[in-house]
Design a protein. Structure first.
Lengths: 315, 298
């Protein structure tokens, strides 16, 4: 109604005399509508992220008697943290998470090479993109069951092709390496799409000029391709790090016990948190472990941003 | 004369090198594509094998005795549950009604917030947007343990609310993407509409939403696929067999068959990925461009 009123006013009056009044009405409605529209995700974040985060911080300092209530909870200062750091399994979980994080650089290198190759070709890149992207669409549950079958010691295709009889998932190191191979397979396509998109914006003239100057393929790759996609690489590094630190589904579906028989090679930090919270009902310790992981993620992200000044080229 | 032929020879050599290089590039790409497709292919052929053939030391590249028993198993498995339907069908239907409306609503609301942050002036804009950006830096797992406690207090455990509500008002990355998208849309169209007396909600729903359909499709497909593939949340909150999602059903089915019947396991995984792969292939153009834009302009 107010809107209609303001419209007739602007139509009837010449624009000069009182633009202030019309503007203030619209500005007020803009203020209100904008705040409401912008606030919805903020409210969601407050309710479902900030409140739980604060609660996790409180829980981290309590030993909870029952898993889902503070009834009988005991304030233990840093007791939960001490307990976690003296728990050998937490150390294993940290180490495993670190090892599984190798997936990130390996898949980035593959993605960079594939994207560069896609950039060098003219035909068929669309089909390649779709194929490479397929694993990203598939759930980790589906991916793990297929790979478990490929890795099967007796009937798996991997041993069949290599003519060996290796237990790919039966010893700690084989398990870790196998899982990294699977995750590189699953996570490279998404990175290829992003990197090759940023490559298409690179002027082909740079490559031609470099070629005339006698730069070989490797030099062109290092001095033109890599700097050109460095902001994208940086983005993938930051987001990929936070996500690989939270690795859970893949290892949990692969080995629901956390790798009890293979020195807990499947135990990641999130898996540790899950077990503390939901298997041992130690919600306080689980909350403390989540905060430790969060702090690690924040520190690494800040470090990432600081280091990015050395190699990321924005232009 | 001699010079010309020499130049020709050099030229020809350069040409050969270029062709060889191009061939090498295609070969490399073909290898990578084959590596990606290979597990799908093995799953595909295994899904048509009887257990005796799948679990045989002589690997066969095509089933000697072709069977659909694995697929029949997928569509009839009930897994000792008292539910009225085969488990994977139930899981699929649950996944649809829990995640499809959520994806639609979340995308529309994220677009609205993105529009507001890109085009409207309001006092709390920078503070709110900065807040959203900051939350992106925190790993989501921090909320895992306390959320369980909160959902228990709200009496939401064993209801679909914990998997539907947290993502309903729009994911932060989606808001961010739509903001980037709208920042690239000229404002004059909106200003004209404002003068015409269309309120800001009207401007969004009547003008800004329709013109951004490609971006919406991308975000919608992404949101739906993410929900469809969710595992940890449903596993924690949906203990009731009647509320099971497809990933949980698949996990249960595949675990019960993995030693005895690999063919059925592969049939199950393939059936489970078909809907999202089909959606992706259909919306492929928007989907890839959507991911690219949301990822690139940070």
């Amino acid at each position: 109604m107010e809107q209609i009123g303001s419209r007739t006013r602007t139509e009837q009056m010449p624009p000069d005399p009182s633009p202030k009044k019309k503007k203030s009405g619209q500005a007020r409605s803009e203020e209100l509508c904008g705040t409401i529209m912008g606030a919805l995700p903020v409210v969601s974040c407050l309710v479902f992220s900030v409140v739980p985060m604060a609660l996790a911080l409180v829980m981290a300092f309590f030993r909870m008697r029952t898993p889902v209530s503070f009834a009988g909870a005991e304030f233990v200062w840093f007791g939960n943290f001490k307990e976690i750091f003296s728990d050998a399994n937490f150390g294993t979980a940290l180490l495993n998470t670190l090892i599984y994080s190798l997936t990130l650089p390996v898949s980035l290198i593959f993605a960079l090479l594939i994207a560069a190759a896609l950039n060098a070709t003219v035909r068929g890149t669309g089909a390649f993109r779709v194929i490479l992207f397929l694993p990203f669409i598939c759930s980790s549950v589906a991916i793990v069951f297929v790979w478990k079958w490929l890795f099967d010691t007796n009937y798996g295709i991997l041993n069949e092709l290599l003519g060996v009889r290796v237990g790919w998932l039966d010893s700690p190191w084989m398990f870790r390496i196998s899982l990294i191979v699977m995750m590189v397979w699953a996570q490279t396509g998404y990175k290829v799409i992003l990197i090759s998109a940023s490559l298409t914006s690179v002027n082909r003239a740079y490559y031609e000029a470099a070629e005339l100057d006698g730069a070989n393929v490797g030099q062109r790759f290092l001095h033109i391709t890599v700097p050109a996609v460095s902001p994208t690489l940086f983005f993938l590094l930051v987001t990929g790090l936070v996500s690989i630190l939270q690795l859970f589904s893949e290892v949990q579906v692969m080995d629901p016990t956390g790798g009890e028989s293979i020195d807990y090679a499947a135990l990641t930090v999130v898996f540790y948190i899950y077990r503390q919270g939901f298997s041992y009902n130690a919600m306080g310790a689980a909350a403390a472990a989540s905060w430790i992981l969060t702090l690690i993620a924040l520190v690494l992200t800040v470090l990432n941003f600081k280091l990015s000044k050395l190699w990321v080229k924005y232009d | 004369m001699i010079r010309a032929t020499e130049a020709g020879r050099v030229n020809r050599r350069a040409k050969i090198i270029r062709y060889a290089g191009r061939a090498a590039v295609y070969l490399f790409l073909a290898c990578m594509a084959l590596l990606v497709l290979f597990p799908f292919w093995i799953a595909f052929i295994t899904s048509f094998k009887y257990p005796y053939e799948a679990n045989s030391l002589d690997f066969t590249w095509w089933p000697t005795e072709f069977t659909l028993h694995g697929y029949a198993d997928v569509f009839t498995y009930r897994g000792g549950n008292t539910v009225q339907m085969p488990l994977l069908i139930l899981g699929f239907l649950n996944t649809l009604w829990m995640y499809l409306p959520r994806a639609v609503i979340a995308t529309v609301l994220a677009g609205m917030a993105g529009f507001a942050y890109a085009k409207l002036r309001f006092r709390a804009k920078n503070v709110m947007f900065g807040f959203l950006m900051t939350t992106m830096l925190f790993p989501g797992v921090i909320t895992l343990i306390p959320s369980y406690l909160l959902f228990y207090y709200y009496d939401w455990l064993n209801t679909p609310l914990p998997v539907i509500l947290p993502g309903l008002l729009g994911s932060v990355s989606s808001v961010f993407f739509m903001r980037q998208y709208y920042a690239g849309v000229p404002s004059d169209m909106m200003d004209a509409a404002a003068v015409d007396g269309l309120g800001f909600f009207g401007i969004y729903f009547r003008i800004m939403l329709p013109i951004a359909m490609p971006a919406f499709w991308a975000q919608f497909v992404l949101a739906f696929v993410m929900g469809y593939n969710e595992y940890l949340g449903p596993m924690l909150y949906l203990k009731d067999a009647a509320l099971l999602t497809l990933q949980l059903a698949l996990q249960q089915f595949a675990s019960s068959r993995q030693v005895t019947d690999p063919g059925a396991v592969m049939a199950g995984t393939l059936i489970a990925v078909v809907p999202t792969v089909a959606l992706f292939v259909l919306a492929q153009k928007y989907f890839i461009s959507g991911i690219v834009t949301s990822g690139l302009k940070l």
